[in-house]
Design a protein around this ligand. Structure first.
Ligand SMILES: Cc1ncc(COP(=O)(O)O)c(C=O)c1O
Length: 366
């Protein structure tokens, strides 16, 4: 067998540990997962009902072009149908963009600590990855611009950034777009946009009207609470979206995912309540981290990266034994930090209680 050379040494993606595995391995009855930035409040009841209704049609292929959902996205965001493409999670939109644009030897610029799938898919396609140093966990867009050259096919901007949670502003992105060559595609991944209330946050849709080489990524996995359904989308210029559609598998999103997303998109009340509860959770957790003398990056999504001054893997394992699955920073390039998803009030209080105990058990090393 002769696999393509670019994938031979690729690591397999390591997701947040599943709850069932932890229960079995540690003999725990009660395990809380605050590792993968899922919504602790579940999804809109209307989305759940839509999935149940859609089971009637389980034997039928889905609508490959997601026509109804496309219409709903278009009317909500004021874009045209030829500007939207859906994926099996925004993960698949990232994959399709990489497949459509990269040739071996092309360059791609991304932040040194950002969402791993940009790196992974660029590697699969044999692109040369140029990592941009960050400024206190935040994308440094002027530095990224300096790294763009004639060979740069794609620049990835994750906003808010996973795993650090930081954001770049509208003015910063606009200044970047203004100078970025129009033949370089800029992917602005807004997986956590619905959580952000800061008025400086980029208006990606307005930027799209000005820059043909911009693509926005959105997902139903985060605030909409539909991670299991695997549905996300890209919005961009019709020419770019057409290219992505050309590599899209025929039935890449399921009937239940489309139905759930359609119902979720219409439930603004659920989204607003999750946003409010998340901001309350961030205020509570960051207050507690300060009380514990721990520093953290400013959090704009539904997760927080905290410097625990101890080996991340030890803190992760200590938390696991207490029934809390969090994300160890050592897999994310932060060997002394942990990333926690903001849970509901009870989960957040339990998390802090467990963390205090673990910090007492693990010696400070930095
Ligand atoms: C920044 C970012 N982009 C994209 C994704 C992928 O989301 P999904 O494939 O579930 O839509 C994630 C998931 O964690 C993410 O954090």
């Amino acid at each position: 067998m002769q696999p393509k050379p670019s994938i031979v040494n690729l690591p397999v993606y390591i997701p947040g540990k599943p709850i069932e595995d932890v229960k079995r391995e540690l003999g725990l009855d009660h395990v809380i997962k605050l590792a993968s930035n899922e919504n602790p409040f579940g999804c809109s009841p209307k989305a759940k009902e839509a999935v149940i209704r859609e089971l009637e049609n389980i034997s039928l292929y889905p609508d490959g072009a997601s026509v109804s959902l496309t219409e709903a996205v278009c009317s909500k965001f004021g874009v045209n149908a030829d500007q939207v493409v859906f994926g099996c999670g925004s993960d698949e939109v990232i994959e399709m963009i990489a497949e459509a644009f990269f040739q071996p030897g092309d360059e791609t610029v991304m932040a040194s600590h950002t969402f791993s799938q940009y790196y992974h898919n660029a590697e699969v396609e044999g692109a040369k990855i140029v990592l941009a140093p960050m400024n206190n966990g935040t994308h440094d867009l002027p530095v990224m611009l300096d790294l763009v050259n004639d060979r740069t096919k794609i620049v990835w901007i994750c906003n808010p950034n996973n795993p650090t949670g930081t954001m770049v502003t509208h003015d910063e992105v606009k200044a970047f777009m203004e100078k970025c060559p129009s033949k370089t595609l800029v992917v602005l991944d807004e997986a956590y946009i619905e959580y952000v209330e800061d008025p400086r946050f980029p208006d990606g849709l307005a930027l799209l009207r000005e820059y043909k080489n911009l693509v926005l990524l959105r997902t139903f996995s985060k605030i909409y609470g539909l991670a299991s359904q695997r549905i996300g989308y890209g919005i961009g210029h019709p020419e770019v979206i057409k290219l992505i559609n050309q590599v899209r598998p025929p039935f890449n999103t399921t009937r239940s995912a489309q139905a759930a997303a359609l119902a979720a998109l219409a439930d603004d009340e659920f989204v607003a309540e999750c946003r409010r509860a998340n901001l309350e959770g961030i205020a509570y957790l960051t207050g507690e981290f300060e009380r514990l003398n721990l520093t953290y990056y400013p959090a704009y999504g539904n997760f927080i990266m905290i410097d625990v001054k101890r080996p991340a893997a030890d803190v992760f394992n200590g938390m696991l034994r207490k029934g809390y699955i969090i994300r160890s920073g050592h897999q994310l390039g932060f060997p002394f930090s942990i990333r926690v998803t903001v849970g509901n009030r009870k989960q957040n209080e339990g998390l802090i209680q467990a963390l205090v105990e673990v910090l007492n058990e693990v010696a400070v090393t930095v």
